[in-house]
Design a protein around this ligand. Structure first.
Ligand code: FAD
Length: 704
C-alpha cells in the first residue's frame, strides 16, 4: 500500500516506510512463512550436517583472523595486495597443518578463502595442489618420502611451484621445448631453456615465493626424445633465498586480476639435477639410462584432474556469492509502478528479471550437485589408482579406464562450470544496475579474478575439444554395441532413445526431463560420430585430421553431455538427500533448471524428435510458472548458501538488506578526508577551468 500518496513510500504492517527505511523490512518479509528449513538445505549443499560444521569452523576461523579483514580489499594496490596475500598464505598454511591434527578436510579452508580472497587460494594452491599432487601423484614412495624430509609437506623451508607453461606453448604440452638431457657420466639431468619462447611463463609463486619447481621438460636420453616428463628443480637457496646457479627468474607483473599471486618467468641455463629428481612413479629411468614407460600417459596427469575438480567446486562457491547479492538486491530495489497508484514494483517481481536471475540460481544449485559428485568420484578413483597393485592386470585396467573417464569428464565440467560462473557474475552485475558497477560491490574484482579460471588448468575450449574426442569415440563404440564407460551409459540405449517422445506425458517431472536430455544427447552424439566417421573416410583413416574436421561436433557433444550430467546429478542429489522437507522446493528448482536448459537448446529436442514445436511453446510458459514458484523462496534459497556478510563483501548484498545505508556508509568510509578540490586542482583543474578568454584577433585593422 502507498503511504502519503508518494510512490516511494509504503505501509507495511500499519507502519510507514520510505526508500531508505523499507529495504530491511522487505528481506524480513521474504524470510517469513518458508515451508522448509533453510538450514537443511545448507546441509544438503555441503553434503551433511557434519560437513556444514566443518565448513563453518573453517569459514569462521578465516573471518575472525584480522589478517583476512577485507574492508579495504577493493582499494589495495598491486604491491599492497601481493604482500598481504603472502601473509594470508602463511596463515592459511598453518590452518592446513592444523587440519591434519584435527582431521578436518583442508579443502574446506580453500572453499572458504576462495570466496574471500581468490588470489590467496591460488598462491598457496599452486603449491599444495599442483606441486604436491605432482610429487604425490607422479613420485615413487621413496621420492615422496625424500621431498617430505626436506619440508615440502610441512610448508617449511620449502615452497613449490608448477612450471608447465612456456612463453611459446601452453595448451599443447607435448610441444614444449624445455629440455632435460640425461648425462650418464654424472647420473644427472641437465635442464635447459633452448630459446626465448621456451621460457617458463606465468608460473605462480616463481617470482618471490618458490624454492622448488615441478618443471615439465622433454626427456632426452642417448639422443632419444621421450616427450614431456616432470622433474623437481631447485630454484633458490632456502637460507639466502638467492637464485641458484643457472636459474633466471623475473616477475610477470600486473595482471587482469589475482594480483596477490606472484606469477613469474623462469629460464634454465644448463641446470644440473640428480637423475632421481625425475618423478618416477610411471616413467622410470635407471642408472644406465634405460627407460620404462607407463601403460597410459594420462596416469601422470593426476595433478591436473585434481585441479579441475577443485575449480568446478570453486565455480559453485563463487557463483553462489554473486547470485546471492543480485537476488537480495532485487528483492528490495523498486523501479516503476506496474499498477498506477500502487507502490513501485520490486525488480525481483518483474518476469524478465526473474528469467535473468532465477534459472541462474537453479544453475548454481546444479553446479553444486555436479561438482560434489565429481569430487567424490575423483577421490574414489584417485585412491584406487594410488593403491592399485601394478601386477593385478584387471584392477590396473579398471583404474586406467576410470582415470580416462574422469580425465574427460573433469575437462568438460571444469570448462562449463567456469563459463557459467563468469556469465553469472556479469549477469548479476547488470541485474544490480549502476550499483553493480561500484568497486565496493565486488563484481568488478570478482569478474577480473574469476576470468582466468576459463583459461588456466587447461584452456576451456581445448578441454572441451578433448572431452568431445572421448565422447565421439564412446558414441562410435556404442553404435557397434561395444561396452562404454558408466558416464556414457545412455549411449548404449541410443536405439531405444531414438524413438522416445514426450507424447501425452507432462514434461515437468524429473524422470521425463532426464529422458528428454538423454534422448537429445544420444541423438546429438550419435549424429556427431556419424559426421566424424564420414570425415574419417574422406581422409583415409587419419584420426587426428577427422577429429579436427569434426571440431564443432566435438564441442557440441561435450556441451550437451555436460548439460545432461548437470541435470542428472542435480536430480540424483535431491533423491539421495535424507531430508524430505526440502525435496519439494529443490525438485521445483531442478525442474526449472532442466526446463530452462531445454528452452535454451530447443533445436536439440526438436531434432531428436522428443519434443514438438508446441511442446517447446509450452515449456516457455512452464519456465515462467516455475520462476514464479521459486521467486517465493528466492531469498531463503540464497540464505541457504550460508555466506556471512564478510564473504559476501558487497554492501548491497548484506543479510540485513539495509542496502542504501550499508552501501552509502561503505563509500563514505572508504573515501575519507574528502576535499572538494582535487589534489591536482592547482596544477590541472584550475588552469583549465579558470582559464581566461583567449585574446581575440583584432580584425578592425583589416578594415579600410
Ligand atoms: C594468471 C595465470 C596463472 C597461471 N599459472 C600457471 C602456473 O602456475 N603454471 C603453469 O604451468 N601455467 C600457468 N598458467 C598458464 C595457463 O595454464 C595457460 O595460459 C593455459 O593453459 C592456456 O595456454 P596458452 O596461454 O598457451 O593458450 P593457447 O593454447 O595459446 O590458446 C590460445 C587460444 O587458442 C585456442 N586454441 C588452442 N589450441 C586450440 C585447438 N587445438 N583448437 C582450437 N582452438 C585452440 C584456445 O582456446 C585459446 O583461445 C597461468 C596462466 C595465467 C593467465
Amino acid at each position: 500500500m502507498l503511504s502519503g500518496n508518494k510512490s516511494s513510500n509504503v505501509v507495511i504492517n500499519d507502519k510507514s516506510f520510505n526508500t531508505e527505511t523499507e529495504p530491511p523490512q522487505l528481506l524480513k518479509q521474504e524470510r517469513e512463512n518458508v515451508p522448509f528449513t533453510v538450514r537443511d538445505i545448507t546441509h544438503y549443499l555441503n553434503g551433511s550436517v557434519e560437513q556444514t560444521e566443518i565448513l563453518e569452523y573453517a569459514m569462521q576461523r578465516v573471518e575472525r583472523d584480522p589478517l583476512f579483514n577485507n574492508d579495504a580489499f577493493y582499494d589495495l594496490t598491486k604491491d599492497e595486495i601481493r604482500e598481504l596475500c603472502f601473509k594470508r598464505v602463511a596463515n592459511l598454511a598453518k590452518y592446513l597443518l592444523d587440519s591434519r591434527k584435527d582431521g578436518t578436510d583442508f579443502r574446506r579452508y580453500f572453499d572458504a578463502v576462495s570466496v574471500a580472497d581468490p588470489a590467496a587460494v591460488t598462491r598457496l594452491g599452486v603449491y599444495t595442489g599442483l606441486f604436491m599432487n605432482s610429487i604425490e601423484g607422479s613420485g615413487t614412495p621413496e621420492q615422496i618420502k625424500f621431498w617430505y624430509s626436506l619440508g615440502a609437506n610441512e610448508y617449511k623451508r620449502f615452497y613449490g611451484c608448477f612450471g608447465m607453461t612456456e612463453l611459446g606453448h601452453g595448451s599443447n604440452v607435448a610441444g614444449m621445448e624445455t629440455e632435460a638431457v640425461f648425462d650418464s657420466e654424472t647420473d644427472e639431468f641437465i635442464i635447459n631453456t633452448p630459446n626465448l619462447a621456451a621460457t617458463k611463463w606465468w608460473i605462480g609463486g616463481a617470482a618471490h615465493s618458490a624454492t622448488h619447481c615441478v618443471c615439465f621438460a622433454r626427456m632426452i636420453i642417448k639422443g632419444k626424445d621421450y616427450g614431456m616428463k616432470s622433474f623437481v628443480v631447485p630454484l633458490r637457496d632456502v637460507d639466502s633465498f638467492n637464485l641458484l646457479p643457472g636459474i633466471a627468474i623475473g616477475d610477470i607483473g600486473k595482471k587482469m586480476g589475482r594480483d596477490g599471486v606472484d606469477n613469474g618467468w623462469i629460464q634454465f641455463t644448463k641446470v644440473r639435477i640428480p637423475r632421481q629428481f625425475l618423478l618416477m612413479r610411471y616413467t622410470k629411468v635407471d642408472r644406465s639410462g634405460n627407460v620404462t614407460e607407463p601403460p597410459l600417459n594420462q596416469l601422470a596427469y593426476g595433478a591436473l584432474v585434481s585441479a579441475r575438480v577443485n575449480i568446478a567446486v570453486e565455480s559453485f562457491n563463487t557463483a553462489r556469492r554473486f547470485i546471492t547479492i543480485a537476488i537480495r538486491y532485487a528483492a528490495i530495489r523498486r523501479q516503476f509502478a506496474s499498477v498506477p497508484g500502487q507502490p513501485e514494483t520490486k525488480i525481483l517481481d518483474y518476469p524478465l528479471h526473474q528469467r535473468r536471475l532465477l534459472p541462474r540460481l537453479a544453475l548454481t544449485y546444479a553446479m553444486n550437485a555436479v561438482s560434489m559428485e565429481l569430487r567424490d568420484n575423483y577421490d574414489r578413483i584417485n585412491n584406487s589408482l594410488l593403491n592399485v597393485n601394478q601386477n593385478d592386470k584387471a584392477a590396473l585396467k579398471k583404474a586406467v579406464n576410470d582415470t580416462k573417464e574422469i580425465f574427460a569428464l573433469s575437462a568438460g565440467v571444469k570448462a562449463f562450470t567456469t563459463w557459467a560462473t563468469a556469465d553469472i557474475i556479469d549477469e548479476c552485475r547488470q541485474a544490480c544496475g549502476g550499483h553493480g558497477y561500484s568497486g565496493y560491490n565486488g563484481f568488478g574484482q570478482g569478474y577480473a579474478d574469476w576470468a582466468v579460471q576459463c583459461t588456466w588448468d587447461g584452456d576451456n575450449n581445448v578441454l572441451v575439444l578433448s572431452m568431445g574426442r572421448a565422447l565421439i569415440q564412446a558414441a562410435c563404440d556404442a553404435k557397434r554395441s561395444k561396452p562404454v564407460g558408466e558416464p556414457f551409459e545412455y549411449l548404449s540405449r541410443h536405439g531405444q532413445l531414438k524413438s522416445s517422445k514426450l507424447g501425452s506425458r507432462k514434461i515437468d517431472s524429473p524422470e521425463v526431463i532426464v529422458e528428454a536430455w538423454e534422448a537429445a544427447a544420444a541423438n546429438a552424439l550419435i549424429s556427431s560420430s556419424e559426421i566424424y566417421e564420414e570425415e574419417l573416410a574422406k581422409v583415409k583413416g587419419n584420426v587426428a585430421q577427422a577429429m579436427e574436421a569434426a571440431s564443432q561436433q566435438r564441442f557440441e557433444s561435450a556441451r550437451i553431455h555436460t548439460r545432461l550430467y548437470h541435470v542428472t546429478a542435480f536430480f540424483n542429489r535431491i533423491k539421495n538427500s535424507s531430508s524430505s522437507g526440502i525435496k519439494p522446493v529443490l525438485t521445483d528448482l531442478a525442474i526449472l533448471f532442466g526446463l530452462w536448459a531445454i528452452e535454451k537448446d530447443a533445436a536439440l529436442f526438436l531434432t531428436s524428435g522428443f519434443l514438438s514445436a508446441q511442446d517447446i511453446k509450452n515449456i516457455t510458459k512452464l519456465v515462467d510458472v516455475y520462476n514464479l514458484k521459486i521467486r517465493n523462496y528466492a531469498i531463503p534459497l540464497t540464505d541457504a548458501f550460508n555466506l556471512s556478510d564478510y564473504y559476501i563483501n558487497s554492501p548491497i548484498g548484506n543479510y540485513d538488506g539495509d542496502v542504501y545505508k550499508n552501501y552509502f556508509n561503505k563509500v563514505v568510509r572508504r573515501n575519507p578526508g574528502y576535499d572538494a578540490k582535487a589534489p591536482y586542482y592547482e596544477s590541472v583543474a584550475k588552469p583549465f577551468i579558470q582559464r581566461s578568454d583567449e585574446p581575440k584577433l583584432d580584425l578592425s585593422v583589416l578594415d579600410e
